[in-house]
Design a protein around this ligand. Structure first.
Ligand code: AP5
Ligand code: MG
Length: 218
């Protein structure tokens, strides 16, 4: 059955780390809205410029931009057997847009749809964010403080790791505010549809992944 997995959680809760692992093991495309938007910014497109204005303030990018990007992505051939949504939807309005997209791409076919909620207290997350580094080539995510990297170099690609521009204390605080105001209410919405699986995201990376796998394989 087609798998449609949605990941919701505050900034730094580990959505990217876990969805990359899940994507590799289960062969499902990892659709990361933040990464898609950062690629638009890097390409210098008009969409990227508009997105950048919001991202650097820790605010949501306008819905018409993200929903269009997601719709095109989910219609692609490699998403026919399912996908992992990391960072979309992020508001009630986006959840409604996603319902319409699901109707268009799935019709009345039955699908295995699940929402994973990464539950974690905000306290430890700023530390995680300011120490995050990513590989510009393979997209792997690291933490300078906890991962004991000798140098900020990707061990797989041997290229220098980069830091996201929105991983500063001030922008991270704004992102938390946006999350609690706009995104967190989705847990209630999807709980009413019995789709939510709560994951304790305050555990080490392997333990969080074990929780996820138990749900995916049940
Ligand atoms: P996005 O890129 O999605 O950022 P985010 O939601 O703030 O989440 P992060 O990517 O920062 O965190 P994560 O949960 O993926 O954590 P990670 O695994 O990397 O969005 C960026 C911006 O784009 C938004 O602010 C918005 O402007 C815009 N945008 C995106 N989607 C949008 C949408 N739908 N609508 C409108 N605008 C949108 O891990 C973080 C760190 O913690 C790493 O260093 C990692 O190594 C470490 N770590 C991970 N797991 C653990 C663990 N279990 N224990 C210890 N450390 C861990
Ligand atoms: Mg992420």
């Amino acid at each position: 059955m087609k798998r449609e997995y949605i990941f919701i959680g505050p900034p730094g809760s580990g959505k990217g780390t876990q969805t990359i692992m899940l994507s590799k093991e289960f062969g499902l495309p990892h659709v990361d809205t933040g990464a898609l938007l950062r690629a638009e910014i890097a390409s210098g497109s008009e969409i990227g410029q508009r997105a950048n204005e919001r991202i650097k303030k820790g605010q949501l990018v306008p819905i018409e931009i993200v929903s269009e990007i997601i719709k095109n992505r989910l219609k692609s051939k490699d998403c026919q057997n399912g996908f992992i949504l990391d960072g979309y939807p992020r508001s009630i309005e986006q959840a409604q847009a996603l319902d319409a997209i699901f109707k268009e791409i799935d019709g009345s076919n039955s699908v295995d749809r699940k929402v994973f909620y990464f539950n974690i207290a905000e306290d430890s997350l700023i530390e995680r964010l300011i120490n995050r580094r990513t590989c510009p080539k393979c997209g792997s995510i690291f933490n300078l403080k906890t991962m004991n990297l000798d140098k900020p170099i990707c061990p797989y690609c041997n290229v220098e790791l980069s830091q996201r521009k929105d991983d500063t204390v001030d922008v991270a605080k704004a992102r938390f505010e946006t999350y609690f105001k706009e995104t967190h209410p989705l847990i209630d919405l999807y709980s009413k549809r019995n789709l939510v699986y709560t994951i304790d995201a305050d555990k080490d990376i392997e333990t969080v992944y074990e929780q996820l796998k138990r749900v995916v394989e049940q």
